[in-house]
Design a protein around this ligand. Structure first.
Ligand SMILES: *Cc1c(COP(=O)(O)O)cnc(C)c1O
Length: 376
């Protein structure tokens, strides 16, 4: 049996990246602008089925600009899913605003509509209006968007869609990344497709994206000299990286199919184990299954915990990882208010992500499954 390392989610190149990179070098477009950047934006929008895109240096930069454009400033409130990666929440702090964390619900593991309503009501009663709601589609699973968007509309708070993990997923047939007033994607090395590092800001209205491109290039006003009326940022995507993104986008549907096949295999091989439950996919939702994840209740698994499984896999050179530790449990956000119960806490305590890269082999998957089965 092979003992080579199996990673959680590593870059999976198509082989065409070099063609685009070579074009960038041959034409001397080695800068954070150029034909690949423009084409990547158009191809993204085409894939998503509409709207406008600004290609940026990271998903975090895209979220930062989204909050800047929504006018978030010192002392403002921004509601945010607690069960997520810290990058969803850090930009709130960049702007001196206060994150308010909200619990998840068990059917999607994403933002709980009840917690959102409780928080919106609570602040409305105090005459306070949060500047934005940040919702996430974790592990590629669409959130309960119908309810979340209705609440945001009723309370007139803009919904910022963190689709960093969800490119290729759909909700009622519509692409993840097209639901927010502003939406963001990430092309980091571990995401479903990569530009090595990169992200995008998406919007249905072109003016938002024009504003994002302006802010992302140092907010330079039209003048022969350098003239600035606003604080700017250096957040554009490199033309070389955008070339990688173009090649990756060509194979996105194959990558989604591969990851979904991994999930189906794991579920078929492990789903019967006592206390082990895979992330559900609700009717009308189509996850990209960026990572295959489950929870394991030790009380129903004869005392076996997810940590037992993680350590057993690690001993065999296999990387797995606990689900995200909720933001309301993170020392850096200790001062932030929280609305909800213990759904996110339990997901963190009991959850595990399995190796899910689209470049995983059948032999790799078999190794993973065998080790887990042996713990029961
Ligand atoms: C990866 C990720 C981000 C940040 O994207 P970067 O491109 O790494 O800055 C934001 N939110 C979530 C949920 C992510 O998984």
């Amino acid at each position: 049996m092979s003992t080579s390392k199996i990673w959680l989610s590593s870059p999976h190149l198509s082989g065409h990246e070099i063609t685009y990179i070579q074009q960038a070098l041959d034409t001397n477009w080695v800068a954070p602008l150029g034909p690949h950047v423009d084409a990547f934006e158009q191809e993204l929008v085409h894939y998503l089925g509409g709207g406008y895109a600004a290609a940026l240096s990271s998903g975090t930069a895209a979220l930062h600009l989204a909050l800047v454009m929504l006018g978030v400033g010192p002392g403002d409130l921004v509601l945010c899913q607690s069960f997520t990666f810290a990058a969803s929440a850090n930009p709130i702090k960049y702007l001196g605003a206060m994150p308010v964390f909200l619990d998840s619900e068990p059917t999607t593991w994403n933002l709980c509509p009840q917690a959102l309503e409780d928080a919106l009501k609570h602040y409305a009663a105090q005459g306070q209006k949060p500047k934005a709601v940040i919702g996430v589609h974790l592990y590629g699973m669409p959130a309960r968007l119908d309810e979340l968007l209705a609440l945001c509309a009723a309370y007139e708070v803009p919904f910022v869609e963190d689709a960093a993990e969800a490119l290729g997923a759909t909700y009622r047939g519509q692409a993840a990344g097209t639901f927010g007033v502003l939406s963001i994607l990430s092309f980091n090395g571990n995401k479903i497709i990569t530009t090595s590092g990169g992200g995008a800001l998406l919007a249905r209205e072109e003016s938002w994206v024009q504003q994002a491109r302006f802010l992302a290039t140092q907010a330079r006003d039209p003048a022969p000299h350098y003239q600035h009326a606003q604080v700017g940022y250096n957040y554009r995507l490199s033309n070389v990286c955008a070339g990688i993104g173009r090649a990756q986008l060509e194979v996105l549907d194959q990558r989604v199919a591969a990851r979904r096949a991994h999930f189906d295999y794991y579920q078929a091989q492990l789903g019967y184990l006592p206390g082990l439950v895979f992330q559900p996919e609700a009717a009308g939702s189509y996850s990209n299954r960026w990572l295959s994840c489950f929870t394991l209740d030790p009380a129903r698994a004869g005392g076996t915990s997810r940590e037992d499984l993680r350590l057993a896999l690690e001993a065999e050179q296999i990387e797995s990882r606990p689900l995200w530790k909720p933001m309301h449990q993170q020392p850096v956000f200790a001062q932030a208010p929280y609305f909800g119960g213990t759904v996110a806490d339990t997901l963190f305590e009991q959850g595990l992500c399995l190796p899910s890269g689209s470049n995983l082999t059948e032999a790799d998957r078999e190794r993973v499954v065998k080790i887990i089965q042996d713990q029961f």
